[in-house]
Structures are given as C-alpha cells and as structure tokens.
Design a protein around this ligand. Structure first.
Ligand SMILES: Nc1ncnc2c1ncn2[C@@H]1O[C@H](COP(=O)(O)OP(=O)(O)OP(=O)(O)O)[C@@H](O)[C@H]1O
Length: 518
C-alpha cells in the first residue's frame, strides 16, 4: 500500500464531522491494507491512529523543522516508510545525529508536499487524538464483521488499539476472544463524560445511580496475585515501588486474586484531602505525605471476572472485600434531590465533585457510552501550553504568562491547536520555577518576549466561563482563567477540544479580563 492512500484517508476523516463517514473511510482503507500482510497492516492501523510504531525514533520537532524540496509524485510505500523509521530508531552512538538527519532528508525528499506535512505530524505527535482510537477500533470491527464492542474490549484488555485492531482483522472473533482479563496485566481505565450539575447527570442516566465522591488524587489500578501486588497509573505506568502503603492495604484484603480501580490520595491529620500536587509529587519522589488508597471499582476477585457484571454487582464485591475507610464514599439513589444533597456534603468535605454512575453498566475503557458522568462545580479544562511570556517585575527572569490552546477539532482546521487566552494566575513560586525550566526545554523560537514552545504540556485550568471574542481565532476567550495544576498524566492529544470548550456556552464579548502581560 502506498503512503498517499493513508494520507488521503486521514484527510477525509479530518474533513467530515460525521462519525459514520469517518468510520467508513477508515474501514475502506483497512479492508485494502488487510491484503498486504501483517507488517503492512500493523503499520497502517498504527499510523491511522496517529502514532509511529517505534516507541522512540530519536527524532523530534526540531529534526523535521527544515525539510527538503518535496517530490513531485507520491511514490512511497507504507513498508518503505516503516523501514525508514526502524532504521532511524536503531541509530545510536557517535555520528548518529548526522546519519539521522540524512535519513530524514532521504525519506522526506521522496514524499510529496501532502505526504511531508502528514509525516511531520506523525513524528511530532500532532496527528494523535484520543478520539481516533475508537474510530479505528470501530472501523476494524466493521471490516472484520464483528461487533464494535468486541474490538473495544480487546483494546482495553490488551492496552492497545493497534494490537486489538490487527487481531480482529487477521484472526477474527476467535482470536479476539483470546484477550481476557489477566491478573497482573493492567487494562485501560474507564473514563467519565461530564455534566453541568448532578440533577442533569442523574436524569441523563435514568434509574438508580451510584453517586461517588470524586477524589482528587492519582488514578490507580491494583492487581493482586497472592502476595504479588502491582500498582499502575491511568497511563498504565508501574508505580508499585513508590506506593508501599497501597501495596500493604491491598495485601491485607481477604482475597487471593484481585483487581481494583481507585484513587490514591494524600490526607492531612484531620483526614481532609491535601492539594493534588502533594499526591502527584509522591509518584515522582517516594517520600512526603502519607498516601491512602480509596477504591471505587472491582474488576476481578478470586477467579471471577467482573468486567461485564453490572456496577451494582461489582460494588457488592467491593464492599465485601474492602473496608469502608478505603472506599470512595458513595450514595445509591434515584432521587436527584438526595443526590444533590450528597454532592454538596462532598464539596464541604473538601473533595472536588462527584462521579454519577449507571448501576446497570459494565466496565468499559474510555469515555464512550457515558455510564460515568463527573460533576465538578467550577469549570475546568485541560489545555495545551502553546507559548509563554517572560515575566516582569517580581517575575523577571521567569516564564510566566501562559498562552493556552485547545485541540482544534473543526474540519479543515489550519493548525492542531487553537488559542483561547492567556493566564498567569494561580501560579505559585514553585510552579513558576518549574515551568520556566520546562518551557525552556520545549522552546522552538522566540518573538519579542514570547517564547513559543512545542505543544506538549497539558495544564488544568479553572475558569468562570467563556466569552465571545474577536481577538482569538476560535471566536471565544476564557473568562478568569487560573492554573490549577500541570497534568503530566495526559498527553496533548488528550487535551480538551474546541468542541468540548464551546459546550460550556459563551457570554457576549466583555472587557479583556486577563491583562496582556505581567
Ligand atoms: N469515585 C470515582 N470514580 C471514578 N473516577 C474517580 C473517582 N474519584 C476520582 N476519580 C477520578 O476522576 C477521573 C474521571 O474523570 P475523567 O474520566 O474525565 O478523567 P480526567 O480527565 O483525568 O478527569 P479529571 O481531570 O476531572 O480528574 C478518573 O480518571 C479518576 O482519576
């Protein structure tokens, strides 16, 4: 298969808003790629999801900043491209940088202009978007003639869309069914959609729901097999060695095999939650505050897999095995008023909100299906830092005012991110010091006092709302944005998209609330 066919499909997917049309275009391509053998197919599935097959190529933004003249005709094949990146990834030792540069010049010199743009996006990660994964899963299911839920489930269990997609296309239902929950192997976590208030969330789900305390710590998944315990994060990184308290708690539970989902939290002496940064720094260093695990789901217990069991049943097992002091406080109700009252109490206790959950739903990775709905009182967005301004006065010598962008999910968007505003509010001295170093490392170029950076750092912003704006290209600006924390557990493709932002609803244009600099 030629690279041009993948580039063309990718353009069709970006240009339509229709989910059906996106899946159809991807399926058409996957159907053709299937005939090319497993290596080619794996490459196509991976690239359609916006990712290279190599974990590291030693190539970054800088390495593809200056490209040779594009070729007139697209001639590259997928296997040639893959082989070129394999060779790049294998380069090491003295002189490797020069050899890498010449390999890049060779590869990109054989690509036409559209292919060059696309390959550059692939290398820098700009093509990656969380939503692409489920589209590729659905397309693979369509070609294989399998229910989309089966492929999604395999991806959750394998922790990889590429593995699940290729298996569906080459081995069919039988091969797919071999992906089972294995104690000791982490699965992709279930995520939540959001609602403006608790009543809306309860009404949307209908019927009795679990209203769970939303604990502001670090997502953990714990696998126990006898005395073996493994703790992983939302991104499936192993943090077992850093969280001995969690290991000890799980070892004390009355079950031989166990998979639990929960949140690890730093608590002060009064049992109130401490700032997220305190908890987060604990996975980075292994000292500091005491960490307490709180579990809210059970996926396996003593030989019984519970992934497909309704939440009601999973919670029964959880309540039986885990003592109350290690569970997220919860109310089961179908009454929105009772749910609102419970949520108000949760906020008074210092937690960030609630997650309202459908008691009849199974456990499914990702955000689709919306069986979990989070409700937080202030709006928060996960945005990407596009540039930073040098501070003045007390902040001289520090990178301060952040330029914030959302993923631009509009068809034909001119750039991957669209700027929504700036803020320097909420930044402590510690954060200023940290971000100065971080953004200097990400610097691409400087214009006046504005340092442009590679769009890789996600930051969680609280805001009062949106206002319409003629100043910013998305047509809206953030109102009273302030920094809550840096999200090192999220990549830029998991940041909020303009579509998510607009759902907050904009008020008419008002005076600019964030002064242009500090
Ligand atoms: N009781 C709970 N049930 C489910 N998730 C919870 C609970 N308490 C805290 N959480 C956290 O909330 C997250 C669910 O929200 P979401 O899927 O939107 O992830 P997120 O983008 O990391 O959310 P946020 O930034 O709001 O924490 C989970 O990943 C988990 O870390």
């Amino acid at each position: 298969m030629r690279l041009a066919e993948v580039v063309a499909t990718s353009a069709v997917v970006a240009a339509t808003r229709s989910r059906l049309a996106k899946v159809a275009a991807l399926a058409d391509l996957l159907g053709r790629a299937r005939d090319g053998g497993e290596d080619e197919l794996t490459t196509v599935v991976s690239y359609l999801g916006g990712a290279l097959r190599q974990r590291r190529t030693g190539l970054g933004w800088r390495g593809v900043a200056d490209l040779p003249e594009p070729a007139d005709e697209p001639t590259l094949t997928m296997l040639e491209v893959h082989a070129a990146f394999e060779a790049l990834a294998a380069e090491q030792g003295p002189g490797s940088q020069a050899r890498r540069a010449s390999a890049v010049a060779d590869l990109f010199g054989r690509a036409d202009a559209a292919e060059q743009r696309w390959l550059r996006g692939l290398v820098t990660g700009e093509l990656r978007q969380g939503a692409l994964d489920t589209l590729v899963q659905d397309a693979a299911a369509k070609v294989a003639g399998l229910p989309p839920a089966d492929v999604r489930r395999a991806a959750m269990l394998a922790g990889s869309t590429v593995t699940a997609g290729v298996t569906a296309l080459t081995g069919g239902a039988e091969a797919l069914a071999r992906f089972v929950l294995t104690v000791g192997r982490p699965v992709l976590p279930m995520l939540a959609s959001s609602a403006g208030d608790v009543t809306e969330a309860v009404t949307r789900l209908g019927g009795p729901v679990a209203v769970d305390t939303k604990l502001d710590g670090i997502r953990i998944q714990v696998h126990r097999n006898g005395s073996e315990v493994v703790v992983t994060t939302r991104t499936l990184d192993d943090v077992t060695a850093r969280l001995p308290e969690v290991v000890a708690v799980v070892r004390s539970l009355p079950a031989e095999t166990l998979v639990l989902d929960g949140e690890a939290l730093a608590l002060d002496e009064q049992g109130r939650p401490r700032a997220f940064q305190d908890t987060a720094s604990r996975t980075a260093q292994s000292h500091g505050a005491t960490i307490t695990p709180f579990f809210f789901d059970c996926l396996h217990a003593d030989g019984t897999d519970l992934l497909d069991a309704p939440l009601r049943e999973r919670l029964e097992v959880l309540d039986r095995l885990v003592p109350e002091r290690h569970r997220a406080p919860r109310l089961v109700t179908d009454d929105p008023v009772a749910a609102e009252e419970f949520a108000a109490g949760v906020l008074r206790a210092g937690h960030e909100g609630v997650v309202v959950k459908d008691l009849a739903a199974g456990y499914a990775a990702g955000r689709r299906g919306a069986a979990w709905i989070k409700v937080k009182p202030v709006h928060t967005l996960d945005l990407v830092v596009l540039a930073v301004e040098w501070g003045s006065g007390r902040r001289r010598g520090k990178l301060s005012n952040l330029h914030l962008g959302a993923r631009d999910d509009r068809p034909g968007a001119p750039a991957p991110f669209v700027m929504l505003g700036k803020t320097f509010k909420g930044l402590t001295d510690e954060l200023l010091a940290w971000q100065t170093e971080r953004f200097l490392a990400l610097r691409t170029h400087q214009e006046g006092h504005v340092v442009h950076v590679r769009p890789e750092q996600v930051v969680e912003i609280a805001l009062d709302g949106l206002q319409r704006s003629t100043r910013y290209p998305g047509g809206v600006a953030l109102r009273f944005a302030r920094v809550l924390r840096y999200r090192d557990d999220k990549t830029a493709d998991e940041a909020d998209a303009l579509g998510d932002v607009l759902r907050l609803g904009a008020t008419p244009e008002g005076p600019e609330d964030t002064p242009p600099g500090d």
